[in-house]
Design a protein around this ligand. Structure first.
Ligand SMILES: Cc1cc2nc3c(=O)[nH]c(=O)nc-3n(C[C@H](O)[C@H](O)[C@H](O)COP(=O)(O)OP(=O)(O)OC[C@H]3O[C@@H](n4cnc5c(N)ncnc54)[C@H](O)[C@@H]3O)c2cc1C
Length: 499
């Protein structure tokens, strides 16, 4: 007799949905979370009169009541659908090209994106149509082959999937599109996947782009913390337990199989199943002894690299969005169409116009996102942790402020008056995310999504009896994939429990 049927390490998206699905089906589950609130990245924090969204710019997969997406169904199955209010965005994103001070806003509909871009780039009319057709075909093929596991998948049945899925997004864009700015417009969602288009598989970009068009970019009333709180409540309502401020220190193993967990306070809790929502690095290097980790996992860890983190400004303004110049919720700012330059920028401390950056203002979809007369925004630029790890502690604060100043200067190209309205500002570096998420390099995307490491190749089963992974280390990053990965993991465990 064990203390729990399943212990879940970490209350991020993947851990929470896994635990909620299990608890709802009568499985005795315990969640251990090292932080004092649920959510991992999906949280908020308060400064002054603002409650800042930590992570979510846009979530896809929810859809509408009339045309529901897979997440609506998932929320229903874990019992949180009635607890959430969805906020739908009017636009896919606003693409801001710095050298020409040009702005292109895409609507959240594949047909409308196509006709709008054909109007703006008439010389590329045929290429845009062909690219969009291919993108849709590949996205749907990925769902049939990878997610639904079509047993009859073959080169003959899915020719586009077999031809294009392992090509880079840039290679495919180059086949159909000539204008570098148009290529940049079409691939701006790479920021949500962590690698520029020449390193990113086309199937990952196609799936993401099509999913946002089909299910519309959305947010939650109350931010992503409202989602995390709702899932945590469901776990408790269904008899599950959650211990906050309680990190797992060791996974107990016997004869190569999971036996339970030791917490940082020394409690030994027994269970035949452990779901780790912690990073794979921490799971296999810190929570386990080397002799318990199979060779193929060690090889996987040696072959992969840690994904990017970000440098972020959480901004509370004492002005309405219109006064600052925000017209769209999600704005991607691009200063170069040179992928290699953009990638190099991700590996430096320096912030300039060549960085890929984004700024999201949530009050445009919900005026109540901050107190009346104010608005909040998150300004972000994609950065790896390595240069931050080399900053001497005595210089960390100064460096942080210099970088904040540089990012504000980049933003001022499109929002020239924003500085004068700032009432609250909080700065997060990759080091901040290392501290709060406990991930290597402060990443919230897991491993770099290089083509060879794309969704296609990542198993959520660890190969160790009783041990499962959930979250961004077990598949694609982002809200929809990590929420779904938790449920996938829970279903595999239920199968084993019933076997
Ligand atoms: C700034 C930012 C912007 C983003 N924007 C978007 C966006 O617009 N759209 C989108 O879809 N995605 C976005 N993401 C990505 C998305 O938030 C993440 O990919 C996703 O939330 C990761 O979920 P996860 O399940 O992997 O767990 P995580 O969020 O990494 O949570 C893991 C949890 O495990 C806990 N933990 C770790 N080790 C232990 C241990 N030993 N014991 C106990 N607990 C432990 C951690 O404290 C944490 O709570 C963004 C992320 C960030 C940070």
């Amino acid at each position: 007799m064990t203390d729990y049927d399943v212990i879940v390490i970490g209350a991020g998206n993947g851990g929470l949905t896994s635990a909620a699905y299990l608890a709802k089906r009568g499985v005795k589950v315990l969640v251990l979370e090292r932080h004092n609130i649920p959510g991992g990245s999906a949280t908020s924090f308060c400064r002054g009169r603002f409650e800042f969204e930590v992570s979510l710019h846009q979530i896809c997969g929810i859809g509408t009541e009339a045309a529901p997406g897979p997440l609506r169904n998932l929320f229903e199955r874990i019992g949180v659908l009635d607890k959430l209010e969805f906020l739908q965005m009017d636009d896919l994103y606003n693409f801001l090209y710095l050298p020409e001070k040009r702005s292109i806003t895409l609507p959240p509909d594949i047909g409308e994106v196509t006709s709008q871009l054909q109007g703006l780039f008439p010389a590329e009319k045929e290429g845009i149509r062909a690219y969009m057709d291919l993108l849709s075909k590949v996205a749907y093929d990925v769902i049939s082959v990878q997610y639904l596991g079509d047993p009859e998948a073959s080169r003959e049945k899915y020719p586009d999937y077999f031809k294009y899925t392992l090509k880079s997004s840039q290679e495919v864009l180059d086949c159909f599109i000539k204008d570098p700015i148009l290529k940049s417009v079409l691939s701006a969602y790479w920021g949500y996947l962590g690698l520029p288009p020449d390193r990113l598989s086309f199937s990952d970009l196609a799936l993401l782009f099509r999913a946002y068009c089909d299910f519309k970019p959305q947010h939650f009333k109350g931010g992503s913390q409202a989602l995390s709180n709702a899932i945590a409540d469901t776990i408790l309502e269904n008899g599950g337990s959650i211990r906050y401020n309680c990190a797992a220190k060791k996974i107990i193993m016997k004869n190569g199989a999971v036996q339970g967990v030791i917490t940082e306070t020394g409690d030994e809790i027994t269970s035949r199943f452990v779901v780790s929502n912690s990073s794979k690095i921490s799971t296999y290097h810190e929570l386990m002894d080397p002799e318990d980790v199979p060779e193929f996992i060690k090889a996987e860890l040696r072959q992969t690299t840690i994904a990017m983190s970000s440098f972020i400004l959480y901004l509370g303004f004492n002005a309405e969005p219109e006064e600052i110049g925000f017209k769209e919720t999600t704005n991607f700012m691009v200063g170069t169409t040179d992928n290699e330059l953009a990638y190099k920028q991700m590996k430096t401390l320096d912030i300039n116009k060549n960085d890929f950056s984004a700024i999201s203002c949530y009050n445009l979809i919900d005026p109540g996102f901050s107190p009346p007369g104010t608005c909040q925004a998150m300004a972000l630029t994609t950065k790896y942790a390595d240069p931050w790890l080399k900053v001497p502690p005595a210089q960390y604060t100064d460096t942080k402020y210099q970088c904040a100043d540089s990012l504000l200067s980049v933003m001022e190209n499109f929002f020239p008056d924003m500085r004068k309205y700032i009432e609250e500002i909080e700065i997060a570096t990759p080091i901040t995310f290392m501290r709060f998420l406990g991930t290597p390099g402060g990443t919230f995307y897991g491993f770099d999504g290089n083509i060879k490491d794309s969704e296609l190749f990542l198993p959520n089963n660890s190969g160790i009896p009783g041990l499962y992974n959930a979250g961004c280390w077990a598949g694609m990053p982002g809200f929809q994939p990590t929420l779904e990965s938790g449920v996938r993991t829970a279903r595999s465990i239920i199968k084993e429990l019933n076997a």
